[in-house]
Design a protein around this ligand. Sequence first.
Ligand SMILES: [Ca+2]
Ligand SMILES: [Ca+2]
Ligand SMILES: [Ca+2]
Ligand SMILES: [Ca+2]
Length: 597
Amino acid sequence: MRYKPALNVASARLCNPSAWKAAALVACILCNGIQMTHSQSCDQSLGIHFTEKAAAYGVNFHHRANHTSMSYPLEVMGSGVALLDYDNDGRLDIFLVNGAAFPDPNPSKQAPQKSGPEYWNRLYHQKSDGSFEDVTAKAGLAGEGYGMGVAVGDYDNDGNEDLFVTGFPHNHLYHNNGNGTFTDVTDAAGVAGEGWSTSAAWVDLDQDGFLDLVVLRYFKWDFDDKDCPTPDGVRSYCDPKVFPAIEPLVYRNDKHGHFVEVARKIGIDKPSKGLGIAIADYNRDGKIDVYVANDGMDEFLYRNKGNGTFEETGVSANVATDENGRNFAGMGVVFEDLNNDGLPDIVVTDLAQQTYPLFLNQGNGTFDYASSTAGLTRLTMSHSAWGIQALDAGNRGVRDLIAAQGHVNVDIQKDNPQLNYLEPPLLLRNAGRVYQDASACLGDISKQPFAGRGLATGDLDNDGLVDVVMTGNDGQAYILHNESSKARHWITIQLVGVQSNRDGIGAEVRVTTAKTKQFATVSTSGSYESSSDKRVHFGLGDEDSVKSVEIRWPSGAKQTIVPPSTDRFYTVTEGKGVTAVSCGKHPCATQPVHPSA
Ligand SMILES: [Ca+2]
Ligand SMILES: [Ca+2]
Ligand SMILES: [Ca+2]
Ligand SMILES: [Ca+2]
């Protein structure tokens, strides 16, 4: 993965106003010069603050990458994290994916083994006091092989979240038994796959009420594959260009615990170097679409044709390349409405000397490349990122962006002294039409570089502020507790599908207040190799009432509720209305009234 970034910073593309024209002048003034470091202090007036608490919470995970003298590409790409409530106690738990051991060098066709507990994947259960306990052994989730990603979805609609773990040379599906244990049902389900899998997404592609599964693979590779020495003869990481692309694995759920591979049949089958996947209905036709972030080739957007098949429309939708038609090293992805116009937008992470591309949905089936006008070119050109999520860090009613950063090449500084292998995470505050670097508000971790990879979001302590968990390659996991101002209001919605898949994945939730409208798609996918809390969270700023919450279920059913209070967690069941209300960590100050559907 010795990427040789060909790009020079072209001043022409820095100031190329195409969208958000009103802001273009401001953005162009700001974008003189590339920012190389984070701003040093957090502007307290922003009301955003995070504290890293992994050790305090009892999460002492250490990812084992097993870096060898052979520089196998597998070593630098992991791994993911999932936030899920596996035991339905109302508190999010944390699942972390780990690597495995293999000899240096490793013989071909010899699978890496989790030879000791240091290589286990780990499940941390959140206790009632907010600390975590390692329950991996009891849960039966230590895993096999070299792990990469994780995707959470209740594929059998029994009310218990199941886990799909990707990796090399096979993937694993763990059925949640509902009693704190999981059973590896990979073979019975027919989803082992083969090769090197990365990110996966649970999504009901055919709208039959059961989640299907899309699994990306990176490229065709095995341990005896190409050797890419440096000029002085030392074995080094290969540029991914030397490996052939490979089609994803797409599994249709047959509703009886078994899956059928249908990639070619339904047209999600272009050879890919897939690292990131996210879902949203970009063209507003009621059919969920799929975006695939590819490394060093065109990015893909699979449009759902509504007849069970898909058409890849990345080029015509203007999301395949940057604005100059150049490919980038697509890794993580966000597919959400970032400017509150009711249309899902796209952000992709990539390597230094490539800006993180922002594609704004124009509402006509195409997107505008808006990294320059939104300030992302200036803010991200010197950085490399993997996991990324949109979150409203300070409950202002707009979505910010948070990314786990670090270059892929351990030796990047040798040839590029201005770049770093280890980087602190990036928090981009949505300041209206441009983003501003608010990374210093992440606390001490903003001064603590690491090889960031996975990233997942979710309100761990149910206090109405969304928290973040990140992984580091060959390093620890980080838990960023959101300690932003509690002065602002919020509402969080959890859906329970009946005709639709029980998780409600693919449902759209629209929140209307006196001043604003916000929109979100229920999903656990996105980011990089990771799986986030399925609940949808909306910051409301100073507004303490919500006019309506409109839901469009994957089944096509529409439902509207009027929540009587803000600052609460509402569970909405398809066709029934609000079936539970909680104030999270604390008892509700006043007894909430259950509205009708
Ligand atoms: Ca739990
Ligand atoms: Ca289940
Ligand atoms: Ca669509
Ligand atoms: Ca929280």
